[in-house]
Design a protein around this ligand. Sequence first.
Ligand code: SKM
Length: 280
Amino acid sequence: RKPAYLAALIGSDIGASLTPAMHEREGAAQGLRAIYRLLDFTTLGLGPEALEALLVAAERMGCAGVNVTHPCKQSVIPLLDELSEDARALGAVNAVVLRDGRRVGHNTDWSGFAEGFRRGLPDASRRQVVQLGAGGAGSAVAHALLTLGTERLVILDTDAARAAALAASLAARFGAGRAVAGEDPAKAMAAADGLVNCTPVGMAKHPGLPLPASLLRPDLWVAEIVYFPLETALLRTARALGCRTLDGGGMAVFQAVGAFRLFTGIEPDAERMRRHFAAL
Ligand code: SKM
């Protein structure tokens, strides 16, 4: 009999997640009996205070690990035995390895974005980058960009205090001046090599552009983290102008690649997982 691989995603309203299919398909291709379940607070009729009960359930079922998503990426931390260095720095966990009665938290969101970027825009200059959105996803993407060598990251958010708080926390970790909260989008864009959108604008429920199209130029690269739909209005507009673009699929796939590696100890075939994602 093939070895079993059990995992789960814990979060609210996660019915449309493509993560289970990516893990199960890759697991099967690696010769495992892979089952990846959704533990959805909404469909279970539970509140987020049930997080610990769901973690215990996953452990008792023999899950090798769980991904956690909204609204649990911070609230899971006090329930863990250990954190990876990057998860601690980010203050956010999206992957928990369950082994020998211990729970170890990791963050494959930032490493997923970084890997998608390296592959998708390998030689793009990332010295000066404008980032729209300072929420949870934005904090992972900013960590990735600074790790990839961005010298100056200008963060814009409709909530100026949130942009300032993220910039301050990044500057404390990566060095003064490497991340700043911007005020004037036109000024920030004039000096930028690239733009990354970490706001929900562009999703079906939030249509439109996250900044005026007049601020785009053909020599910019433009990256998205939205992947429902893969082609947002921003990417369409940027591509029509001649910009190089990176869609949100990279981060979605490579967070799963990283989690699969952590949970199973097996090196997944990233290209196969990417092809599978594209076919979903
Ligand atoms: O961090 C990821 C998580 O690992 C999986 C996920 C999903 O499948 O919806 C979303 C992100 O939060």
